[in-house]
Design a protein around this ligand. Sequence first.
Ligand SMILES: [Ca+2]
Ligand SMILES: [Ca+2]
Ligand SMILES: [Ca+2]
Length: 409
Amino acid sequence: MKNYPFACLIILASVLAQLDSVGQSTPDFKIQVVDSQISIGYGLAIGDVDGDRKADILLADQKEIVWYKNPGDKTSPWKRYVMAANLTPQDNVCIAARDLNGDGRVEVAVGAGWNPSETSDSTKSGAVFYLIRPQDPTQRWEPVRLPHEVTTHRMRWAKVGADSYQLVVAPLHGLGNKDGKGRGVRIWGYTFPKNPKGIWNQHLVDSTLHLTHNFDVWEDGNATGMIVASKEGGQIFRWQKNKWQPVDDESASNTLDILNKGVSGIGEIRRMDNGQRIATIQPMHGNLLQIETGFYSFREPRKPVDEKEITLITDIFNQGHALVCGDFLGLGSDQIVAGWRNPNAGGKVGVRLFKQKEPGNMEGYPLDDSVSMACEDMQAADLDGDGDLDLIASGRSTHNVLIYWNGLK
Ligand SMILES: [Ca+2]
Ligand SMILES: [Ca+2]
Ligand SMILES: [Ca+2]
């Protein structure tokens, strides 16, 4: 990883430590409780499970993998169905859902065996399963076990060709790691085969990083990329010439201790505005939300889009753990929604939407004033098909799954 502190203009935005503000353009989100009795809510995914063209919610909860059927209105309950239970002796930890074969129904993979303190014995740490759908998706799905590394942690489906997809899986630790040190984490892309019970060819994405807590995948025309959050900072990879290759520019390589508090590393990372900016939560399970600009565009020809700039948006989180970006408010550029899971100095857990007030200055709005959300994971998707992005969050100590219906449209 390279460091370019000299190239960075660091802005301690005037909104540092800013708390909630309200104004004329206050985002309008209405909360619906989907479930108030989950266990941990490790991972969420969104997609149409039953093929009725309405996006459903999938959840990797502690012991069960479940989905909630979209009822098609905003008052009816979201009925819960168990897809799989007790896949491993340990907890489940992540889930990925996407329609890979074009039949309008998602293909689903899950990660389990969550045992972050065991980094040596892969029989006791980590697990990756593809779930074969039954005729009736409300019945149990058949798990197919894939090879895995220790400490399986995050997964996403990535499109790597016209009809070709990979399940990309990032463990948290490398083999034998202690205190985030030792061999690099092996991140693999598993090619989705015609027969899910057959061989899933594996492509190594990277083996150099540590504490790879999360990643984001995007597709832009024929280009597929991913950006990984790690102890070393962010690193961009691109699928090119049939393999994953690191993008050697300044990419997201900065993990700057901008408050001089001895923290480093990135926990959460998301692209904003088609890659012109990235949002990060730092350090892992950290309190800081930042935006960096100045990335090379992924469109050809690649060129710097801006001077590199890092803006601290807020430091009010305690265990920041969820991050999504999108134009929720129809402003023509992306806003950030971030959540944290432990009570902060003000005694609150929660979810905040951050919207640009003026360049370099973002305002935060609480989205969960009426219902508590110790945010473990979050997704953005248009659940009611009205053209605006809604939010879906899962709460750890609050044991809930909530929808935040966007009132923009
Ligand atoms: Ca559906
Ligand atoms: Ca499908
Ligand atoms: Ca919507």
